[in-house]
Design a protein around this ligand. Structure first.
Ligand code: PRT
Ligand code: ZN
Length: 213
């Protein structure tokens, strides 16, 4: 009876609005007043935690949160032991490699021994390895697209959506490393009661998604 599930969503960023909307469309009512880090739903056995997206997989692995909504890019990069249980279809983007527009490009071998700036060192290094390319990965946490322009790197690997950020930094997209969308991830060791709540939630998400198609 006392079972409750904690759902972690991004506090403020590109996933926030759609994550909130999804929960509301599932009929879960809660107060998400500004600055709140945690709130309790009034009509569903759930608490909502508002976190930075990068922290969500770790919280879900540890069971501090039982469910989380993050981009596949973040889930993959953080490499936590969680189950991916639902592809939610929003926040679609790709993780791509970009190089200066004027630089010629024949194929991925051209990246051999080059310096690539990224916030996704794990995914990038796997991708390069699987393509037999050895490059120097330079990890930076933001404004990755300016790295080539300031002489910090020969190439970048970052999230692309419309492509306008690449364009305005004089870069062109040469490799798509992965495609991403928002997913729901889950703690692996929920109680039976929590699984029952999760099943109710999934049933509601299915209905919401079906109504959109
Ligand atoms: O503060 P916190 O750590 O929670 O947020 P954040 O700043 O790390 O993430 P946020 O809110 O920017 O993005 C959250 C998630 O949204 C990402 O992990 C992706 O899964 C997804 N997403 C979808 C995007 C984009 N589209 C996107 N366009 N994430 C980032 N971008 C950035 C990208 O980094 C680049 O600088 O937008 C720029 C490129 O956009 P275009 O349209 O110019 O190509
Ligand atoms: Zn983040």
């Amino acid at each position: 009876m006392s079972d409750i599930i904690r759902i972690a969503i991004q506090k403020s960023g590109r996933l926030s609005e759609d994550s909130l909307r999804l929960l509301k469309e599932c009929g879960i009512r809660f107060d998400n007043g500004a600055g709140k880090l945690k709130t309790t739903a009034t009509n569903f056995p759930a608490e909502i935690l508002f976190l930075r997206d990068d922290d969500i997989p770790g919280y879900v692995e540890d069971g501090v949160a039982h469910l989380g909504i993050v981009g596949q890019n973040v889930s993959e990069e953080t490499d936590r032991d969680v189950d991916t249980i639902y592809n939610l279809g929003f926040s679609k983007c790709r993780l791509s490699i970009g190089i200066p527009r004027a630089t010629g490009y024949q194929g991925i071998q051209d990246l051999q021994d080059k310096k690539i700036a990224t916030s996704y060192p794990r995914i990038l290094s796997k991708y390069l390895k699987s393509n037999g390319v050895n490059a120097e990965i330079h990890e930076i946490s933001g404004s990755v697209e300016i790295a080539p322009g300031i002489g910090l790197a020969d190439a970048i690997c970052d999230i692309v959506s419309s492509g306008s950020t690449l364009l305005s930094n004089g870069l062109k997209e040469v490799e798509v490393v992965m495609r991403s969308e928002a997913v729901m991830i889950a703690y692996k060791q929920m109680t039976e009661g929590q699984r029952a709540i999760l099943n109710q939630l999934i049933f509601r998400i299915d209905s919401v998604q079906a109504a959109k198609n």
